[in-house]
Design a protein around this ligand. Structure first.
Ligand code: FA5
Length: 350
């Protein structure tokens, strides 16, 4: 190796020792094997050499160029590994066996209220039933004594499917199926029908602070011999005092529903405004919560039960409104908003 080539190689190896990052490495690469680098410049000296010398010198310069290239690649890899090591050392300790520190979710206020009601009724011997959200016209209306073109249908305009079925507008849509399911045990074994069936309902509504187009109700029925309005009032009172755990002002007034006779509207004093009137109660101080009544003989008959022998009561509790009252939710629309921040404030740590 010529003295010049050896000198350049030595200088390069010394410089390489001082490199501590990728920018410095690139600088040294350009300085030695770039277009005007020391190694490249060596080749220009070839023109003064004989043919024999050119051959040896050319090989020598090429070997040096490859060596410089290899050393630079090695250094690049070394720097990359050092960088990863540094990154890792900056990361916080990670212990795979530690439980996650994520905040736990909470139940939706409606779920909580539904479970409380279910518990109360379960303890009084009621079965809890589930029912489809898509029902037939017969289930939703006809079996409830609401024939086609009956004006009561206007109050429950809902969403119809192309096949003629509809999204149920009230949980009463399950009544007929419940009667048919339990009637044999009632008639043959004398077991009273006692069932509640919570569910989601849909109505084509203009929404406001106390009306949603999608809301929850919980229907309840009891059928046996000699069931009267006093049974109905007892169960309603028990349910409300258990859910609220305090005395609630209620009022019962006549209400018309084609599937009960007589029918009532059970209202509770608005707990948002204390009865003074606010948007949540349409400024009346009262909130319609649980219409109810004695099951219409025709409805029992359509369920396969003889109304001469058996009587019963039914109620349709507004679960979403109950959740509003229980958790002080001023606007019903917040409950369907999907805002976890909004919803968690009512139920956190409960
Ligand atoms: C009914 O739906 C009857 N099926 C209830 C019934 C059952 C009566 C059994 C007699 C016997 P109504 O349309 O009033 O009735 O609704 C019942 C309750 O559901 C209301 O008191 C209210 O609390 C709630 N509710 C009704 N519409 C809405 C709505 N758009 N948004 C929120 N809650 C509603």
């Amino acid at each position: 190796m010529s003295a010049k080539t050896s000198e350049i190689k030595l200088k390069f190896l010394e410089a390489l020792q001082t490199i501590s990052n990728a920018e410095e490495l690139e600088k040294i690469r350009v300085e030695y094997i770039g277009k005007k680098g020391y190694v490249t410049e060596l080749l220009k000296e070839m023109k003064n050499l004989s043919n024999e010398e050119k051959k040896t010198f050319g090989q020598e310069v090429n070997i040096l160029k490859n060596e410089v290239n290899d050393k630079i690649s090695e250094k690049r890899e070394e720097l990359r590994l050092k960088e990863i090591e540094l990154e890792n050392s900056r990361m916080p300790e990670f212990d795979i066996s530690m439980p996650p520190k994520l905040k736990r979710g909470s139940y939706h206020p409606i779920t909580l209220v539904q479970r409380q009601c279910e518990e109360v009724f379960r303890s009084m011997g009621f079965a809890i039933e589930d029912y489809s959200e898509i029902v037939t016209d017969y289930e939703c209306f006809e079996a409830l004594n609401i024939p086609k073109n009956h004006p009561a249908r206007d109050m429950q305009d809902t969403y119809y499917l192309e096949n003629g079925q509809l999204l149920k507008s009230h949980t009463s849509a399950a009544q007929n199926a419940i009667y048919k399911k339990y009637k044999d045990a009632l008639i043959n074994d004398g077991k009273p029908i006692k069932a509640i069936f919570p569910g989601r309902c849909f109505r084509n509504e203009a929404t406001d602070a106390c009306h949603e187009n999608t809301f929850f109700q919980m229907e309840g029925v009891m059928v046996d011999k000699n069931i009267s309005i006093s049974n109905l009032i007892f169960f309603m009172k028990t349910m409300l005092s258990e859910v609220f755990q305090k005395d609630i002002k209620v009022r019962l007034r006549p209400g018309f529903f084609p599937f009960v006779e007589p029918g009532f509207e059970l209202d509770i004093s608005c707990l948002i405004c204390g009865g003074d009137g606010c948007p949540s109660c349409k400024h009346s101080g009262w909130l319609e919560l649980c219409p109810c009544g004695m099951i219409h003989p025709e409805v029992l008959r359509m369920g396969g039960i003889d109304p001469e022998e058996y009587t019963g009561f039914a109620f349709g509790l507004g679960l979403t409104r109950l959740a509003m009252m229980k958790y002080g939710v001023k606007d019903i629309r917040d409950l369907n908003s999907g805002s976890l921040k909004n919803l968690a404030q009512f139920t956190d740590d409960k």
